[in-house]
Design a binder for this molecule. Structure first.
Ligand code: GDP
Length: 365
């Protein structure tokens, strides 16, 4: 599944949010293909289409898509100095697809701030600097190795060294990789380096209980402006309330609680949705009597590669896909009716999948 890593300064609400994630989270037993560690929580991707499909098909089970959240502890001011960031920290953060950066936007005299007062933009700078320094260290280490290859006039080594130098200069100017500009050839090299600040970021503005349904306060605005400059996303939540919502197991009770707060859906649901948007992910469905299931692919994925998400054999032996758009299928009322109405299409290898496609793949084994 998609992986998102949670970072942020101490006392901004990371643990509170992470506890909400694990409480609300999907049962680990449903995901035998994932190892669940104490710092990992799984959240189902909310999708009303899936419930509708299940009503129609009445399958034995439904399997929603999930996002895997990893609590990445250990990031404080100066973390990258001295000993350097721990190996565990680096291995965790290198694995994630997106970074969820929790930023304190709530005032609470009882909760001390590491810098004495709440300041979203400064907080973001502090964390970002540590991540940039971690990347700088990685780039310098790589430079040492590439330097040795340069002696043999290796063309690839020359190209890589040029990129490494550009990265180093950018880092020294406190720029994350995300804000730097690259030619397609350079971008390939950058990608191969697995740098932390190249990953897309979603800011979570953690606000006071009282502000959760209110228009943005000045602190949230500060986060938004910042995000806009970087092309990052923002989700406004109140971690404390999320923790309370996660305690409610009854759907109706949850709905009423949200309504009282003036919210349509929980912050976690929005967080998951925004993570999908940020990463350019879409969903297609398989809908059989055994199971109705949501599958996650990148926008622009073609049918054989989409089939490969289910099983590599599906991609290798791909013949064609029987595709019905979600709206067409619902309007028809059943898959048989969709076929009779002619809204079920046969698509080949070049078909680009659309969000909400309901698919049956045909393949050779
Ligand atoms: P972490 O160090 O980033 O993991 O922060 P914690 O989740 O431990 O939160 C630090 C303190 O801030 C705790 O006392 C929380 O109860 C409090 N806190 C977290 N989120 C909120 C919030 O949305 N509103 C308020 N008022 N307090 C919060």
């Amino acid at each position: 599944p998609v992986q998102a890593g949670i970072v942020g300064l101490p006392n901004v609400g990371k643990s509170t949010l992470f506890n909400a994630i694990t409480k609300a989270g999907a049962e680990a037993a449903n995901y035998p293909f994932c190892t669940i560690e104490p710092n990992v929580g799984m959240v189902e991707v909310p999708d009303r289409r899936m419930d509708k499909l299940a009503e129609m098909v009445k399958p034995n089970r439904t399997v929603p898509a999930v996002v895997r959240f990893v609590d990445i502890a250990g990031l404080v001011r100066g973390a990258s100095k001295g000993e350097g960031l721990g190996n565990k920290f680096l291995s965790h953060i290198r694995e994630v697809d997106a970074i969820i950066h929790v930023v304190r936007c709530f005032e609470d005299p009882d909760v001390t701030h590491v810098d004495g007062q709440v300041g979203p933009s400064r907080d973001i700078d502090t964390i970002e600097l540590e991540l940039i320094l971690a990347d700088l260290e990685a780039v310098e280490r790589r430079m040492d190795r590439v330097q040795k290859m340069l002696k043999s006039q290796d063309k690839a080594a020359l190209a890589e060294m040029a990129v490494l130098k550009k990265l180093k200069a950018g880092f020294e100017d406190t720029q994350p990789v995300r804000s730097m500009e690259w030619s397609p050839e350079e971008a390939e090299i950058v990608k191969s380096l697995f740098l932390i600040t190249a990953k897309p970021v979603l800011y979570v503005a953690n606000v006071d209980e009282a502000d959760v349904a209110a228009p943005d306060n000045a602190r949230v605005q500060e986060v938004r402006e910042r995000a806009k400059r970087e092309g990052a996303g923002v989700v406004v939540i109140c971690a404390k309330i999320e923790a309370e919502i996660a305690e409610l197991t009854d759907d109706e009770e949850r709905r009423m609680f949200l309504e009282e707060l003036g919210l349509e859906e929980s912050g976690l649901d929005r967080l998951v949705r925004e993570t999908y948007t940020l990463l350019g992910l879409i969903t297609y469905f398989t809908a059989g009597v055994q199971e109705v299931r949501a599958w996650t692919i990148l926008q622009g994925t073609k049918a054989p590669q989409a089939a490969g998400v289910i099983h590599t054999d599906f991609e290798r032996g791909f013949i064609r896909a029987e595709v019905t758009g979600y709206d067409d299928l619902i309007a028809a009322g059943s898959q048989v009716a969709a076929r009779e109405k002619g809204v079920q299409r046969l698509e080949g290898k070049e078909y680009v999948m659309r969000d909400g496609d309901v698919v049956h793949f045909r393949f050779n084994v």
